[in-house]
Design a binder for this molecule. Structure first.
Ligand SMILES: Cc1ncc(COP(=O)(O)O)c(C=O)c1O
Length: 388
């Protein structure tokens, strides 16, 4: 029979079939089983397709890595036990003395890791407002080894132009004769809304705990790399030797969750847009931060760079901290909880969560808009705003 060319598949199809390792024989299960065995029989030839020991590689982990790499239009993927373990592997792959450029608005755990742990091991952390290309250019001209982008950012929803920043990093690297890796934390957008590797980034980082898992019951992370990213072999080594890997069961669940990711993200995008518009009309709300709104300063970048504006937003309420705390305590459906990306809506007073070093406004509530019926959600939010 002539060989059939590999078809170019759409994300919805990749999400369902991209992890396939099902047998062709009659009776083969359609869903790959969870492989709990930590050890596999030796053949001593160490080929890439063999498994030996689960810390190094495991069939379920490989399934998850395969489907996520395809969804991100990447070449390779390394899975970790949490988003922070994935980020930490990128930082550990650098050399002591290297400089890391981070944005002012950034997931507070990433900033804390860099300042409290990575800096002690010799990385120098440089902070800029990444919305300013001139500031990024100036910082890069002094020699930067890693540009860490988070867009939309947590919790202020700042937008960074990935194409522009990647081009600046590339120019600076050539001039300084120094590798400069661009890594994008794509957790908030998900690969359904934004594909940074196609915009020029070298790496994508995910907290798979959020939209990829999607049901608030898995902790995991991943790094996806473009082809020939010079830093990736080191990240793979850190994954296998460092051992901060996800369990086979969590990878099995992730593969299952990802099958519905495209449809879940459409629901998150639609509901978040409706919530953002609703909040804009409320007299209790002084500002809404959502890139889908035309009034958002990063709206044109988001429209260019994203295929959906995501399920995350934040907003400021009148009455400051006390009022914000009353609002988040006053909902019936929207759960007062941290994290994000689950099917259920959650919100929180972000400054209280970030602690004493936080620059987040006291009046700010961060919301992860879930998949409840929009009318029920809006009614719940309206009532909470009235009580607050
Ligand atoms: C944008 C972003 N990046 C990274 C992380 C860290 O992920 P994890 O909690 O899975 O370690 C989070 C967690 O909230 C996040 O929001």
């Amino acid at each position: 029979m002539p060989e059939r060319p590999e078809p170019k598949l759409h994300p919805e199809t990749i999400a369902i079939h991209g992890s396939d390792r099902r047998g062709q024989e009659a009776g083969a299960p359609l869903v790959a089983p969870e492989v709990r065995s930590t050890v596999f029989r030796h053949n001593y030839e160490h080929t890439d397709t063999d498994f030996e020991y689960t810390r190094v590689d495991n069939p379920n982990r490989r399934d998850f890595e395969r489907v996520l790499a395809q969804l991100e239009a990447g070449h390779s993927c390394a899975a970790f036990g949490s988003g922070m373990a994935a980020s930490a592997a990128v930082f550990q792959a650098l050399e002591p003395g290297n400089r890391v450029l981070i944005p002012e608005d950034l997931y507070h755990g990433t900033r804390s890791y860099l300042l409290q742990i990575a800096a002690r091991w010799g990385l120098e952390i440089v902070t800029v407002d990444m919305r300013s290309e001139a500031d990024v250019e100036r910082a890069c001209s002094r020699g930067i080894s890693l540009v860490w982008i988070e867009t939309p950012s947590n919790p202020m929803l700042h937008m960074t132009d990935i194409t522009a920043i990647s081009a600046i990093a590339d120019r600076a690297a050539r001039k300084n004769v120094l590798d400069c890796t661009v890594c994008v934390d794509n957790t908030w957008a998900s690969p359904m809304n934004q594909r940074p590797l196609l915009a020029g980034a070298d790496l994508v980082m995910h907290s798979a705990t959020k939209y990829l898992g999607g049901h608030s019951d898995i902790l995991a992370g991943a790094i996806v790399a473009r082809e020939h990213a010079p830093i990736f072999p080191r990240i793979r080594q850190i994954q296998q030797l460092g051992g901060a890997v996800p369990s086979p069961g969590d990878c099995h669940m992730l593969v299952r969750s990802i099958k519905t990711l495209p449809y879940r993200m459409r629901g998150h995008n639609d509901n978040a847009m409706r919530v953002a518009r609703f909040l804009q009309e409320s007299s209790r709300v002084t500002a809404v931060h959502y890139p889908g709104l035309k009034t958002h300063p990063g709206h044109s970048i988001a429209t260019e760079q994203m295929s959906g504006y995501g399920g995350m937003l934040s907003f400021d309420v009148t009455g400051g901290r006390d009022a914000a705390l009353r609002v988040v305590a006053g909902s019936r459906l929207v759960q007062p909880a941290t994290s994000l990306g689950g099917v259920e809506s959650t919100w929180e007073h972000r400054r209280s969560v970030e602690g004493p070093t936080s620059n987040t406004p006291d009046s700010l509530i961060r919301m992860s808009v879930g998949l409840e019926h929009i009318d029920d959600l809006l009614e719940d939010i309206e009532e909470a705003l009235r009580l607050g």
